[in-house]
Design a protein around this ligand. Structure first.
Ligand SMILES: Cc1cc2nc3c(=O)[nH]c(=O)nc-3n(C[C@H](O)[C@H](O)[C@H](O)COP(=O)(O)OP(=O)(O)OC[C@H]3O[C@@H](n4cnc5c(N)ncnc54)[C@H](O)[C@@H]3O)c2cc1C
Length: 491
């Protein structure tokens, strides 16, 4: 009697991408008579990567991301499949307002502002956020013809060039740069608009104007039934609940924590030689000197890490992965007594334009954004620092960083009291920068990795940095690997 060999799928990197990938493999194969074994290697002592929630003094602090967008379905879908529907919490819509810093003042983004442009005349016309000249320049978007791309000309454009061309320099400096900085921590003169915000060039292409496109979108959405979820949602116990629930749903022993992979080696498959010469065995060399073999491999670490791991497997692929730059950022969570924050803005938070030369990039008033983030009588704040535009803020020591944060909060929110508690979290080289040419580079990476059998790359480096994008990337990698292994979930 011949014994059926069990395939082993190894995943490197236990952030949300790697976990979503493991979950998808298991979800699609658990009913099969001989499902593949899944092993996930994670260097840290806990899984989740940059996703981490902490309960401190009865406040739920999000040390990394605090929410995910619902317009992209993959995170919501996964939560629903995991039975977390009742744990999904909306943002507190009554407080949905974003402010922009100017000097020592915070001005609300005018009502009707969608993405980067106004859709309501009066609130925009009376807002002090932009000068009269700047407003007139923004309005010109309606008249400016769409960009003509000559044959052979690269269609990619930086976000700065795109916004300046359509809406003017003031809109870039005062609105687009700080809003984008809070998401991509990116330098808009380098950020590829096609890779990071493809909707903007699409709007220009289809409507000839950003303002016209947004007005049309508003018209189309009015009169339809209210959306089931707010634009951003979180989980009642914090986003770590998603991580814990994925792990709980996977077979015991799949996750190897504190297990840093040092190198990957590809060796010809000995066991089935002759049957499928294209197959190979992946040998995963761990930092403690031990090794583990697998028939398939998914690498879901940050691109610079993946580049290191794959150096001896494919130097060309490794060089291309290394070409994706990353920025470092920090998050400072603070809990204040409510009386210390009297008179602060009644909104989700504020962003700070780089031209203001402050230490902080953005501040979320977590207890305004979500209902249960601070205990009664307290206010929770989450400050974002560093990124590609302000590496000097990231470089500060913890004491210096806390001091700089307190100075900015004093100037902008009038808070002079000491916080009841605080937590500083650092994310070195964790945020990929989608620079000009990013999509072409990702295409080349995809082509190079196709040459490697039973192999897939996933993560935030390629087609989106948000949590839904990472989940999608992990799930696609899982499906690709099953197809490469000829494992049919429907069999
Ligand atoms: C501060 C911050 C705030 C953010 N806010 C939001 C937000 O509010 N909403 C949103 O949608 N997105 C947000 N993002 C983006 C989003 O959270 C990330 O893009 C996403 O979580 C990345 O997941 P990942 O699994 O691809 O990578 P990571 O989370 O970086 O995980 C990679 C994992 O690989 C492991 N690893 C690395 N090298 C090795 C090795 N050699 N061996 C074994 N393991 C290894 C690491 O330890 C890590 O656990 C934020 C990002 C940051 C940094």
């Amino acid at each position: 009697m011949t014994e059926t060999r069990r395939e082993r799928i190894a995943i490197i990197g236990g952030g949300i991408t790697g976990l979503a990938c493991a979950h998808r493999v298991f979800e699609l194969t658990k009913h099969l008579p001989n499902p593949p074994e899944i092993i996930l290697f994670e260097a840290a002592s806990v899984a989740g990567g940059v996703i981490s929630s902490l309960n401190l003094n009865n406040a739920i602090m999000e040390l990394g991301p605090d929410s995910f967008i619902t317009e992209k379905p993959w995170a919501l879908d996964l939560c629903q499949r995991l039975g977390l529907t009742n744990q999904i919490i909306p943002t507190q819509e009554a407080k949905r307002r974003t402010f922009i810093a100017s000097g020592n003042k915070l001005h609300p983004l005018p009502d009707g502002f969608v993405m980067l442009a106004p859709t309501k005349l009066l609130p925009f016309a009376t807002s002090p956020i932009i000068s009269l000249r700047g407003k007139l320049r923004m309005a010109l978007d309606i008249l400016i013809p769409k960009r003509k791309i000559a044959e052979g000309q690269n269609a990619d454009e930086s976000l700065a060039d795109f916004v300046t061309r359509r809406l003017g320099k003031e809109a870039l400096d005062r609105i687009a740069q700080p809003m984008i900085s809070g998401i991509y921590t990116a330098d808009p003169t380098k950020l590829s608009v096609t890779a990071a915000m493809p909707r903007l060039p699409k709007m220009e292409e289809e409507h000839g104007s950003i303002i016209k496109a947004l007005l049309k979108r508003n018209q189309n959405s009015s009169g339809t039934a209210g959306a089931r979820y707010s634009l951003f949602v979180s989980l009642d116990q914090g986003l770590s609940l998603l991580i814990k629930t994925i792990i709980k749903n996977l077979p015991e022993g799949f996750l190897r924590l504190n297990t840093k992979v040092a190198e990957i080696v590809r060796t010809p498959c000995k066991t089935i030689e002759g049957q499928n010469p294209k197959k190979s065995v992946w040998q995963i060399k761990l930092q403690d000197g031990s090794t583990c073999d697998a028939t398939a491999l998914i690498v879901s670490t940050p691109a610079h890490q993946s580049a290191k791991l794959l150096e001896s497997v494919d130097p060309n692929l490794s060089t291309k992965l290394n070409a994706i730059p990353y920025a470092s950022s920090a998050v400072v969570n603070l809990l204040y007594e409510k009386k210390a924050t009297a008179g602060i803005i009644d909104g989700f938070g504020f962003v700070v334009p780089a031209c203001e030369k402050r230490a902080i990039l953005a501040c979320t008033i977590s207890s305004n954004k979500f209902a249960n983030r601070a205990p009664e009588g307290y206010v929770a704040l989450r400050i974002f620092l560093g990124g590609a535009m302000q590496p000097e803020s990231y470089a500060l020591s913890d004491d210096q960083m806390l001091k700089a944060v307190k100075t900015d909060l004093r100037d902008l929110l009038g808070i002079t009291a000491e916080p009841v508690s605080h937590k500083i979290s650092r994310y070195p080289l964790s945020m990929p920068q989608y620079h000009l040419g990013h999509l072409a580079l990702v295409k080349e990476i995809g082509e190079a990795s196709k040459d490697l059998p039973n192999f897939a790359l996933a993560g935030n480096a390629f087609h989106g940095v948000g949590i839904p994008d990472c989940i999608h990337s992990g799930e696609i990698a899982a499906e690709q690997i099953l197809s490469q292994l000829n494992i049919d979930p429907k069999s």
